[in-house]
Design a protein around this ligand. Structure first.
Ligand SMILES: Nc1ncnc2c1ncn2[C@@H]1O[C@H](COP(=O)(O)OP(=O)(O)O)[C@@H](O)[C@H]1O
Ligand SMILES: [Mg+2]
Length: 414
């Protein structure tokens, strides 16, 4: 029986869906590493967990190595090490390298995690990407602008969630950005005017066996730049649309380049999350790729639209190198609730309006809602204080439901 170790950090909502999937998978031995104590493991899952090891910091590979040694000592050899968080991918790879566990190595993981390295690898493989550079001085930022002109985008080398990501349109804005250093370089890119899409791909030992995709409305950057905008993600009903079909060749080439010589090993068995730009002239560019399951509720949305449980499917993929491609039967979407701007430094939700109307108008399309609650801390990211997941037989039906939710649910901060 393969022995799978999963890094759970904290036993919270989303993580527990992954833990549950492994505990319900027959034919594996399953252990968990977390920052939370074992008393936080939901009781129903405990009987299937062979070993639990608590560490202070799951992102510290030295602590992961110690935990894995202890687990291997008591339970037996570890065959797979898995975790879904973006920040875990490099520490997990370092632990695999140190202990000889099959899967993504540090070198390969860095190709996915380091935005500059990723673009270099993709460019070398003739995969279209935005012009970019890694700047370690202000002069390098300026030199890049001198080559491509404004606007540009400046972001951390290994960012996530659009944190510390800025559109820079003139010299004054560029001067306002804290200067990069050799120790803290900045990724600078030409600004791409385009629609943002995702492509989720299941590969088995490097071979793509299934794809799904979504569209972001609007782009995560616009959401953060414009406080009143609500963020939505749409997974359309049509899985044979030419827009996506055209992109699949690029997606395959990009993954082959990033997995590199590891493609045909256990490392190449993965569910990846690729973000890509579709420009008005029909051309596309790859933005970035996560070698992990997608966030922003794309996992449950893929489950709804393909009548499956993607968490269970991912656990099976990791454990057995197996995936059964499923046809798409409907559309789904997710939207995130955020309050309007102009409320200064207000830190908490003080009023939530329109929930009942939104729920009623959505009808059967509404699958799940986390309602924003009075007293909730004001969120800083694009995911806001609450969200809803919808499903409909048609793409237009999902768009209509998302619009209904976004237009009716109103949050006020105070
Ligand atoms: N070169 C670019 N041109 C236009 N927009 C960009 C560019 N790079 C990033 N963005 C915007 O910033 C967001 C976050 O950048 P991304 O590279 O996806 O980093 P992360 O999601 O890891 O924070 C993207 O979703 C997109 O909206
Ligand atoms: Mg991104």
């Amino acid at each position: 029986m393969p022995h799978i170790v999963f890094i759970a950090t904290h036993f919270l909502g989303n993580t527990n869906r992954y833990v549950k999937a492994f505990t319900e998978l027959e034919g594996i031995t399953f252990s968990v590493i977390s920052c939370d104590p074992s008393s936080s493991i939901p009781p129903s899952m405990r009987p299937r967990i062979a070993a639990h090891y608590r560490v202070a910091d799951c992102m510290d590979s030295a602590q992961l190595i110690e935990a894995l040694r202890a687990i291997a000592g008591s339970i037996g050899r570890v065959d797979r090490l898995a975790g879904f968080l973006e920040e875990l991918q490099v520490p997990m790879a370092e632990a695999r390298d140190a202990l000889g566990i099959e899967g993504l190595t540090t070198e390969t993981a860095r190709r996915f995690r380091d935005k500059d390295r990723m673009k270099e690898v993709l460019r070398a493989a003739n995969v279209p990407v935005a012009g970019s550079a890694l700047a370690t001085t202000r002069a390098e930022l300026e030199a890049f602008v001198g080559r491509v002109g404004y606007p540009v985008i400046v972001k951390p080398r290994a960012g996530l969630g659009t944190r510390a990501t800025y559109r820079v349109t003139n010299a004054e804005e560029l001067a306002a950005i804290p200067a990069p250093t050799a120790g803290a370089p900045l990724q600078i890119e030409e600004f791409v005017r385009a629609r943002e899409h995702t492509c989720e791909t299941v590969t088995v030992r490097g071979k793509p066996v299934w794809r799904s995709g979504t569209r972001y409305f609007p782009s995560p950057l616009e959401v953060l730049e414009t406080p009143w905008i609500q963020y939505a993600v749409l997974l359309p009903r049509e899985d044979d649309d030419v827009t996506w079909g055209d992109f699949h060749v690029t997606n395959g080439a990009a993954l082959a380049a990033l997995f590199g010589d590891q493609a045909h090993t256990a490392a190449g068995t993965a569910l990846t999350h690729m973000e890509w730009f579709l420009r008005e002239d029909g051309t596309h560019l790859v933005n970035e790729v996560g070698v992990r399951p997608p966030g922003v509720h794309i996992m449950p949305m893929m489950g709804l639209t393909h009548e499956t449980d993607m968490f269970a499917d991912w656990a099976r993929l990791v454990a057995f190198d197996e995936f059964t491609p499923k046809p798409r039967t409907c559309a789904a979407g997710a939207c995130f609730f955020r309050g309007p701007p102009g409320q200064g430094t207000a830190k908490r939700v003080v009023e939530v309006k329109g929930l009942e109307t939104a729920i009623e108008l959505c009808g059967d399309a509404l699958i799940h809602m986390k309602t924003p609650k009075i007293g909730d801390a004001r969120a800083t990211g694009y995911e806001g204080e609450g969200y809803a997941i919808v499903k409909h037989a048609t793409t237009d039906g999902v768009k209509h439901a998302l619009r209904t939710l976004i237009e009716n649910v109103q949050i006020r901060y105070g």
